[in-house]
Design a protein. Structure first.
Length: 217
């Protein structure tokens, strides 16, 4: 549990990167610092090298700063899942590849296996439909029917994003995002990550009360 620090400390660490878009991080050093003790290090490193060579399209974040997100999710998965498996570690590292890069499921399958490619496909959101209730219900039903590591990665992905939900200026988007967390993600945490239930809910409640935070670069 020591990996989960005070909420404000976690937010400030992410804000530091957000405010310093000119930072170019040594991504191999970051990977080794966070994942060197991982028992699935070799396949995780293969996935990380694959992720690093892709081009990313995420407005407002440079590549190295954006890649810190899946790395944090993978670190949390290894530390908090209770029984980390190689497929879960690699899925965490690659969970956003189909959405924000030029990668495809065949590339993932060839690099790290079909099971991970299927997991990443299940986790990939169609952004054109992301606020459509029927689509989102179907999306989460597929996640609920997947392996436990898929649900754990999704919940930890949402946890990492919750710290900076306050940067979104749209009250409607923030409200819809939090409704999704309450409806679908908190039940997954209670079932699949029970040891962090209280912390996750505290981050959720903090995001509810935080509202919009205007940040000057």
């Amino acid at each position: 549990m020591t990996i989960l620090r005070d909420i404000e400390l976690e937010r400030e660490a992410r804000l530091h990167l957000f405010r310093n878009q000119d930072l170019v991080l040594d991504m191999d050093s970051e990977f080794n610092r966070r994942m060197s003790a991982c028992e699935h290090y070799e396949i995780a490193k293969r996935a990380w090298d694959f992720a690093n060579q892709l081009e990313y399209h995420h407005p407002g974040l440079n590549k190295s700063i954006y890649l810190m997100h899946p790395l944090r999710v993978a670190e949390m998965y290894v530390s908090l899942s209770g029984n980390p498996v190689a497929e879960g570690t690699v899925t965490a590292l690659l969970h956003n590849v189909l959405e924000v890069s030029g990668g495809n499921a065949n590339d993932i399958s060839n690099k790290v296996g079909e099971q991970v490619a299927k997991a990443v496909t299940v986790l990939t959101v169609d952004r054109a439909l992301q606020w459509d209730e029927a689509y989102k219900d179907d999306y989460y039903k597929h996640i609920y029917a997947s392996e436990v590591y898929v649900r754990q990665v999704k919940a930890l992905d949402k946890l990492d994003n919750l710290y900076l939900l306050c940067l979104n200026p749209s009250e409607q988007v923030r409200r819809d995002y939090l409704r999704e967390i309450e409806k679908w993600v908190i039940p997954m945490v209670e079932k699949d990550l029970p040891e962090i239930r209280s912390y996750f809910y505290a981050v959720y409640e903090n995001a509810v009360s935080m509202g919009f935070l205007k940040v000057e670069n």
